[in-house]
Every structure is written in structure tokens, then in C-alpha cells.
Design a protein around this ligand. Structure first.
Ligand code: F6P
Length: 367
């Protein structure tokens, strides 16, 4: 039992995803009802600590938000306390500052005994200076990309994969009607989890992921083989981070004010163009984009988010320090919060689903 906690702060950092509100609700209600703590909501991730935007969360504030998308606290994927953009110099370069002390002063001013940081690898990395300064930070892993090291699942992923699957199902029928190659680009950064899961679930003919550089000629040959056996359309599910063998990832834009400046995007258009040039078959590109991050979480994500939020408050009560809630081997548990910092969990070559997809004839553009 921890005797020291009276008040905690909760924040959501990084890109949003479905289920953030469900976690906020579960942490807040567990903290208030089970432990009698006060809960403060920190606005816009670490930005709320930098700019002192902190206010009380009570049970009423978090009522009715289980099923809603986005985050009632707002979020930011630019506010890294150790590397925060504070201006532009005469040469047009971003000026970076370490604003850790400003954040620590905010934590002190509001009497926060611990912070629950709901976010991805960037948010876990952003917590490191606070941990070094003695603040207890409990992480809750979120991201549609499912690429956080140390947890088999992050909430948001299952919803994004469902949305992508439904979109691919819709693309399938129009691909067949028009005998086209339809290339659908899904999110995921440098990990192909969304592409692999939605590609398999929708029966996509080709799945291209960042972990397996693809051979354009092999993909083209596969579409032609399908045509030769009377399957005159092809659905390609491609991850935004996929790249051709010996080629580069497609970069949509660079955001110099972000600690994660590379914004991926555009590979579907490139692939559709190249496939049409090689095969002569009409090829179109669809980019699903932020649709995958918006809207209501699926029941599975509502459940996972509720378990994660409850667990975050529970391990704080147990006196644990600097842990990240995790889902490992079918159970909710916790790991050292430093484990996922600055890393990404990608798909290993022996992944069971990858093997299953290969076994049913899915083309990965290699081999
Ligand atoms: O990490 C979640 C994610 O949606 C990635 O899949 C995608 O590459 C990135 O965020 C997009 O970031 P932004 O919303 O800043 O464009």
C-alpha cells in the first residue's frame, strides 16, 4: 500500500487514437473511487506541463466518454520536454530548448505525486527526464501502429485494423467490378502490423510491409499471374513505411518542429503508377490516412483501454514506480518504463500471422 499518493496527473501524448478517453475514464474513476485520490488533467500532453495547463478531473468530467474517439485532454506530438522547439534562428533553423525544469515546477506547483502518461514510444521517452528527477511516471501504451516494445498490444491498434479491413473489403468489390489493381495505403510508420492484420482479414492478394522490401517486378508478375488464371483484379494492402528493394520510403513531408520530423506517405501512388507502367493494367491508389485514428474504439479496444487504465492506478497504489502497463501473453501486467523508449517493435520474420498469410498464397513481394 502506498501512503504517499494524494493527487495524480493524467496526460495523453503523441498522435491520438481510439480508446484514449476510455483510459482516462478508467484511471480517474479507479483513482477516485478505489483510492480516494484527486486527479488532475494535463492538457495537450507534455505541453500542458510546459505551459501550466492543469485542471481537476472528477468522475463527472469522465462520465460518458468510454465510447468517444479522440481525447478530452487534447494531445501534442511536438512537446518533448528535453527537445522543445522554442523559435527559429536567423538562418531559419529550429531552436531547441530543454524545458524539463519548467515541467518539474508545474508538477511541484500542483502537488502531483505521480503522472500517468498515456502515449507511445515518444511519450515514454519524454518521461525519462522526469523519472531522473525523481517523479514517478506510469506509462500506458497507446498507438494504432502497435509498435511499442514490451507489449503485445497497444489500445487503438485493433480499431485501426478494423477500419482498414472494412475499407479494404469495400475496395475489393470495386476492384473486381472494374478489373483494376487497387493499392490501399495504411498507416503504421516503420511497422507493418496494421497492413498485416487488415491485409489478412480482408483477404488482400498482396501485402507490403516495411519489414520486407518488395520487388516491383515480383508484384507485377503476381498480378499478371492472377489475370492468367482468370482473377483479373488485385487488391494490394501497403503500409506507408514499405519500400521497394534498394529504394527509399516515400516521405510526404518533413516537420522540422517535431521530434519525429519524417511524415511518411505516398508509396501507394508510386506503386500504382509503376505497376500500371509495367503491366498495362489500370491501377489506382487509395490512402486511408487519419480515418484510421478517428472515431469510436471497438469493443475490444474499450475493454483493453479500461483494463490498462485500471491497472495504471492499481500499480501506483501498490507502490510501483516508473512502470509501463503492458499486455503480455494474454495478460495485463507492467514492465520497466525505460524498455520501450526510443525503440520500435516491428514484425519478425517468423511471425505466426505472416507465416499463415504466406501459406494461403499472399504475395509479400519477395521470395
Ligand atoms: O503513430 C501514429 C501515426 O498515425 C502513424 O501511423 C503515422 O505515420 C503518423 O502517426 C502520422 O502522424 P501525423 O498525425 O502527425 O501526421
Amino acid at each position: 500500500m502506498s501512503q504517499t499518493i494524494k493527487r495524480i496527473g493524467v496526460l495523453t501524448g503523441g498522435g491520438d487514437c481510439p480508446g484514449l478517453n476510455a483510459v482516462i475514464r478508467a484511471v480517474t474513476k479507479t483513482a477516485i473511487f478505489d483510492h480516494g485520490w484527486e486527479v488532475m488533467g494535463i492538457r495537450d500532453g507534455y505541453l500542458g506541463l510546459i505551459e501550466d495547463r492543469v485542471s481537476t478531473l472528477n468522475a463527472n468530467n469522465v462520465s460518458g466518454i468510454l465510447t468517444t474517439g479522440g481525447t478530452i485532454l487534447g494531445t501534442s506530438n511536438k512537446a518533448n520536454p528535453e527537445k522543445y522547439a522554442t523559435g527559429i534562428d536567423a538562418e531559419g533553423n529550429t531552436i531547441w530548448s530543454d524545458v524539463t525544469d519548467t515541467c518539474l515546477a508545474t508538477i511541484e506547483r500542483h502537488g502531483l505525486d505521480a503522472i500517468v502518461a498515456i502515449g507511445g514510444d515518444g511519450t515514454m521517452s519524454g518521461a525519462q527526464p522526469f523519472i531522473r528527477a525523481g517523479v514517478n511516471v506510469i506509462g500506458v501504451p497507446k498507438t494504432i501502429d502497435n509498435d511499442i516494445v514490451g507489449t503485445d498490444l497497444s489500445f487503438g491498434f485493433q480499431t485501426a485494423a478494423d477500419i482498414a479491413t472494412e475499407s479494404l473489403d469495400r475496395i475489393h468489390t470495386t476492384a473486381e467490378s472494374h478489373q483494376r489493381v487497387m493499392v490501399v495505403e495504411v498507416m503504421g510508420r516503420n511497422a507493418g502490423w496494421i497492413a498485416l492484420h487488415s491485409g489478412v482479414a480482408s483477404g488482400s492478394d498482396v501485402i507490403l510491409i516495411p519489414e520486407i522490401p518488395y520487388d516491383l517486378e515480383k508484384v507485377a508478375a503476381y498480378t499478371e499471374h492472377r489475370r492468367s488464371i482468370g482473377r483479373d483484379y488485385t487488391v494490394v494492402c501497403i503500409s506507408e513505411g514499405a519500400a521497394p528493394k534498394g529504394g527509399q520510403q516515400a516521405v510526404q513531408r518533413l516537420d522540422p518542429t517535431s521530434p519525429d520530423p519524417v511524415k511518411l506517405g505516398g508509396i501507394a501512388r508510386q506503386l500504382a503508377h509503376n505497376l500500371q507502367a509495367l503491366t498495362g493494367q489500370e491501377s489506382r491508389a487509395t490512402v486511408l490516412g487519419h480515418v484510421q485514428r478517428g472515431g469510436s474504439p471497438t469493443p475490444a479496444d474499450r475493454v483493453l483501454a479500461t483494463r490498462f487504465g485500471h491497472e495504471a492506478a492499481t500499480i501506483l497504489e501498490e507502490g510501483k514506480r516508473n512502470r509501463m502497463v503492458a499486455y503480455v501473453g494474454g495478460d495485463v501486467t507492467d514492465i520497466d518504463i525505460t524498455v520501450p523508449a526510443h525503440k520500435q517493435r516491428t514484425i519478425p520474420a517468423d511471425n505466426h500471422l505472416l507465416q499463415a498469410a504466406r501459406a494461403v498464397g499472399t504475395c509479400f513481394g519477395d521470395g
